[in-house]
Design a binder for this molecule. Structure first.
Ligand SMILES: C[S@@+](CC[C@H](N)C(=O)[O-])C[C@H]1O[C@@H](n2cnc3c(N)ncnc32)[C@H](O)[C@@H]1O
Length: 196
């Protein structure tokens, strides 16, 4: 499948109906999702036939894209039932069967149960730069324990140095694969007090 075609399919994936600010429910745009997934498959061969985990899967744009690129199975993890209901609906509408869901808090995941159980982890984690400081690093830590081969994650450029330092501390090789412009939807740019 061509990247443009993947992007146009992903434009039909329904997003959050009432995004919850405390959970940083901003969706990955179809363009960024397609770009990320296409690169993971075509440059690194890390999706087709692989067992993939999508941490903080939300309504499923990354999982569904991975499934379309022939992941063996993509399992989405998210804390929020409302988002997972939309994910389920999206998967049904696309008639996709190589996805599954786990409802859980990734900050208190039973680490033992998932250690090195996945070939690849993909994610667009919460930024973790406001009320939930460090959340991005908790997601990264969980992802690194779950992945056998690689973790592909979206982060703010301003946190790169910090992540590089953590990667060094954890003995993990980190590489910047692409720089993408991410426009936060206006609905999530309101002050923090308007928590969903
Ligand atoms: C930035 S959104 C990304 C959503 C989706 N992956 C996408 O790309 O459109 C972050 C997701 O992480 C989920 N999340 C936030 N805190 C979480 C936690 N502690 N455990 C599991 N999921 C969490 C949110 O519900 C939300 O769906």
């Amino acid at each position: 499948m061509k990247q443009k075609q993947l992007e146009s399919y992903l434009q039909q994936v329904d997003g959050f109906e009432e995004p919850k600010l405390r959970l940083e429910q901003y969706p990955t745009s179809p363009h960024i999702a397609a770009c990320m997934l296409y690169t993971i498959q075509n440059t690194f061969d890390d999706i087709k036939g692989k067992l993939v985990a999508d941490l903080g899967c939300g309504c499923g744009v990354l999982s569904i894209g991975a499934a379309m690129l022939d992941a063996g199975l993509c399992i989405g993890f998210d804390i929020d039932d409302d988002a997972l209901d939309i994910f389920r609906r999206n998967a049904e509408e696309f008639d996709i069967s190589n996805v599954d869901l786990v409802q859980c808090d990734l900050c208190s995941l039973d680490a033992e149960a998932y250690v090195k159980k996945f070939d690849t982890v993909i994610m667009n984690p919460p930024f973790g730069t406001k009320h939930n400081q460090g959340m991005d690093m908790k997601f990264l830590w969980a992802a690194l324990s779950m992945a056998k081969t690689a973790v592909y994650s979206l982060h703010k450029t301003s946190t790169r140095e910090h992540i590089q330092k953590k990667a060094n501390d954890w003995g993990v090789k980190m590489e910047v694969i692409a720089e993408l412009r991410y426009d936060l939807p206006a609905v999530l740019q309101v002050p923090q007090k308007e928590i969903g």
